[in-house]
Design a protein around this ligand. Structure first.
Ligand SMILES: Cc1cc2nc3c(=O)[nH]c(=O)nc-3n(C[C@H](O)[C@H](O)[C@H](O)COP(=O)(O)OP(=O)(O)OC[C@H]3O[C@@H](n4cnc5c(N)ncnc54)[C@H](O)[C@@H]3O)c2cc1C
Length: 414
């Protein structure tokens, strides 16, 4: 793999940037792989990367029906934090956050991780109690967070109106090492590293059927022919139910459209990420200067990748209460993604009833932040049959009633 460095940039500047190689190869699919991963979003690619890096499994292909990161990975608002309430969640999200810290160096690809700090505003007494409880839980889990005063909120983010009008800011749960990263770069960086290890990233290749024999997976049918495999990982977010159906089992998942929007670019005015869950909106400023705004999820199941229009108005109205200055901004564009929601708002990383077939889904509205930790755990699960990171996130928890209830931490906040 051609290494990226300041010297490489300088060298290419002298030869009119004619020496750059393609970042990843686009091979034809082979007839058989040890492991096939369906879905080239962040989670699928990170799984493949850690299969190679941590477990030496390199005869791996990632199959993608569209383009790299074209699903939710390239559509989210890029918030990274690990201040969840339950122990299994804190473990996997904090593993992920810590891997983000060194991801650019590990992948030799600038993912623009920006640990600028994330605050979740408490705007009701109930939220104050909830976030204080989370801060206490986090200190037991070795996750650095604190509950801060309204004055500190104003100091960290001067454009917030802390006095109301409807909901005054009563404090916030603050994670100083939370932040953002460039989402496409995360997918591209993993794809490049996988390709460099000899793995095949195959785009425009939709899986149309899962093949099995005697209760064990044997391969898949795709729009580019049949491909056999020893093991199969299904990592397709909003389409998990569709793929599970092909593999012959059902999932406790609902797919809904979740949307986001960005404003016209303005001068830097906010260097933290703010989530206001009571009025329901969250915002950060991109490096280009656009205000990146997260909206709501549709109230009904669908696969539209667009989202209902009334959410745009509701989200902007909610945020204008907290950030009056955005009332003067023009909105530039809006988009949606299909998110995979479980009842307890926690993910599923699990073996399935089909032997050799594994599933990673249910990240819902908040899985971007989990990508490296999820890839680490999922790879271990596929390679060894179990992983401490994924143990609690198995499918059997729904049968046994062992829910990992994160609906407060992850409801539709990211
Ligand atoms: C608007 C929005 C805002 C969000 N904001 C945040 C945030 O701020 N922070 C955060 O942590 N998370 C956020 N999320 C959630 C996050 O984006 C997702 O949880 C995460 O990206 C899921 O990654 P993935 O790799 O599982 O899925 P995806 O990136 O969706 O990848 C799945 C891939 O599978 C492919 N696929 C589907 N079916 C097939 C098939 N039959 N054959 C082959 N390939 C197939 C799809 O084309 C897709 O590329 C947000 C999501 C949305 C939509």
């Amino acid at each position: 793999m051609q290494r990226y460095s300041v010297f490489a940039v300088a060298r290419e500047a002298f030869r009119h940037h004619k020496g750059w190689e393609r970042a990843w190869a686009s091979p034809e699919p082979r007839r058989k792989y040890d492991v096939l991963i369906i879905g080239a979003g962040g989670h699928g690619l990170a799984t493949a990367y850690h299969l190679g890096k941590n477990h030496g499994l390199k005869h791996v292909a990632v199959l993608e029906k569209g383009w790299l990161g074209g699903g939710n990975t390239g559509r989210n608002t890029t918030i990274i934090r690990s201040n969840y309430l339950q122990d299994p969640s804190a473990a996997i999200y904090e593993k992920a956050r810590s891997l983000y810290e060194t991801m650019s160096q590990d992948l030799n690809y600038n993912v623009m991780f920006s640990p600028r700090g994330v605050m979740m505003l408490a705007q009701t007494e109930h939220e104050v109690r909830g976030y204080k409880r989370t801060a206490h839980a986090n200190s037991l889990q070795d996750v650095e967070t604190e509950f801060i005063s309204p004055e500190r909120v104003k100091e960290l983010c001067p454009i917030i109106e802390i006095r109301g009008p409807r909901y005054p800011v009563l404090g916030a749960l603050w994670q100083a090492r939370g932040g953002t990263a460039r989402h496409d770069a995360v997918a591209w960086g993993y794809a490049r590293a996988c390709s460099a290890m000899g793995m095949d990233i195959i785009q425009n290749c939709a899986v149309t059927a899962v093949r099995s024999e005697g209760g064990r997976v044997t391969g898949v049918e795709t729009t580019r022919g049949q491909i056999a495999c020893g093991k199969l990982g299904i990592v397709v977010a909003g389409h998990s139910g569709v793929l599970a159906d092909m593999a012959g089992f059902r999932l406790p998942i609902e797919s809904v459209a979740l949307q986001a929007l960005v404003s016209e670019p303005i001068k830097p005015c906010m260097d933290v990420v703010v989530m206001a869950n009571t009025v329901h909106g969250y915002m950060s400023q991109s490096d280009k200067g656009e205000m990146v705004i997260g909206g709501g999820a549709d109230g009904y199941n669908n696969y539209t990748q667009r989202g209902s229009f009334h959410h745009i108005e509701e989200t902007v109205r909610a945020l204008v209460e907290t950030f009056p200055m955005i009332s003067r901004l023009k909105m530039l564009r809006q988009w949606g993604g299909i998110v995979d929601m479980t009842g307890d708002r926690s993910p599923i990383l699990s073996k399935t009833p089909l032997e050799g077939c594994f599933i990673n889904c249910g990240w819902g509205t908040g899985g971007f932040k989990a990508i490296p930790g999820s890839g680490w755990g999922m790879a271990e699960l596929i390679a060894k049959g179990s992983s401490p990171l994924t143990e609690e996130f198995g499918l059997n928890r729904f049968r046994e009633g062992r829910f990992i209830d994160e609906s407060v931490a992850a409801g539709v906040a990211h």
